[in-house]
Write a protein that binds this ligand. Structure first.
Ligand SMILES: [Zn+2]
Length: 349
């Protein structure tokens, strides 16, 4: 199956009332792990690459691997997404390569660190939408600023400094025409999200619900949504790792989000932990081994297990065969003739 429009994937998820995990990749084993899980659970899936991942894999290696995944898995809808594009040029280069979706993170300036103004964000995001839609490519924007730093990208902080304002979210969706909207509700990137189990004081689910009430048809995106389970931390530490105790976003909170318009859930840290734990275990238990396959195979299996769990928890499992992929050229026509709306439905306060 060719790569699928993320807009189609998310529209279908909205119809079915489920969420779709967006898993970050840097290499072949991670892509294979995601596809193993997608086949096992019959899930549509979003695979995403950060700027750092694209640089690490010299761009073309990674993209060709995704094409291989699509060819080897004709029954699985796969969208390929640029995670946290920092500029128009970054998004354009992903589109030229063949990505079917891009995130323009205009909440930060091009340095990927400094929060931008609302007007700057609207301007750069709208420019990406104007370039992407005629090419059938989906655009995710971000309003509000997430916490933490990952791959050198992020404003730092706890994620509570720039929580999304629902009125701004409405204005942003209206003025940019984005297909999906990442919002800041107190989540952070990286492993160290919360120093205790998060409750209503750190995770602003009420803000998410308020935004969904105002924008009932807009696909919302939760970033930094690894659950950072203690079992995965324990395996890393049992075999010589030194992770400090940390808490991620509880699955129940993500499921509450999915009941309130969240259609894309970004997960990276959980997979990194699973891979690292599996490799450390091989190194600790069989230090005589030196064939990379001896530790990459268990690492791939450990990641596939976590991804399959998330696919089941997010509800995407079983939905791979629900629909036929629409060719990207048809998606482009849909944007042009208005069958794919870019104006949000806005409900009164
Ligand atoms: Zn993110």
């Amino acid at each position: 199956m060719p790569l699928v429009s993320m807009r189609q994937l998310l529209d279908e998820a909205a119809k079915g009332g489920y969420g779709v995990g967006a898993f970050n990749v840097n290499d072949m084993e991670q892509i294979q792990a995601i596809m193993m899980a997608a086949r096992q659970t019959k899930s549509p899936v979003i695979v995403q690459a950060s700027r750092g991942a694209r640089a690490f894999a010299e761009d073309l290696y990674l993209f060709r691997l995704i094409q291989a995944a699509a060819e080897l898995n004709p029954d699985i809808p796969i969208a390929m997404h640029q995670d946290h594009g920092n500029s128009f040029e970054t998004c354009k280069s992903a589109i030229e390569l063949g990505y079917t979706s891009v995130m323009m993170d205009g909440s930060l300036r091009e340095d990927g660190k400094t929060p931008s103004t609302f007007e700057e964000n609207v301007e750069v995001t709208r420019r990406v939408v104007e370039y992407a839609h005629p090419r059938g490519v989906t655009v995710e924007g971000e309003i509000g600023v997430l916490g933490g730093v990952e791959d050198g990208h992020g404003a730092g902080g706890s994620g509570l400094e720039h929580v999304t304002d629902p009125d701004q979210a409405v204005a942003f969706a209206e003025r940019t025409g984005v297909d999906a909207l990442a919002i800041a509700i107190g989540t952070s990137h990286g492993a160290y999200k919360f120093s205790k189990k998060p409750d209503g004081s750190v995770l602003k689910m009420d803000i998410l619900i308020a935004i969904h009430k105002r924008l009932p048809r807009t696909h919302l995106v939760m970033h930094g949504s690894s659950s950072v389970p203690k079992e995965l931390q324990d395996i890393v530490n049992q075999y010589g790792g030194k992770l400090k105790p940390t808490w991620g976003v509880p699955i129940e909170e993500i499921q509450l989000g999915i009941r309130n318009g969240v259609r894309k859930i970004n997960v990276d840290t959980d997979n990194r932990l699973a891979i690292t734990g599996a490799i450390r275990k091989v190194f600790a238990e069989t230090p005589e081994k030196f064939d990379p396959r001896d530790y990459l195979k268990p690492a791939r299996e450990a990641m596939a297990k976590v991804v399959a769990e998330r696919m089941t928890e997010f509800g995407q499992a079983g939905h791979a065969g629900d629909y036929k992929p629409i060719p990207i050229s048809e998606i482009a026509k849909g944007y042009a003739n208005g069958t794919l709306t870019t104006q949000p439905l806005v409900a009164a306060k």
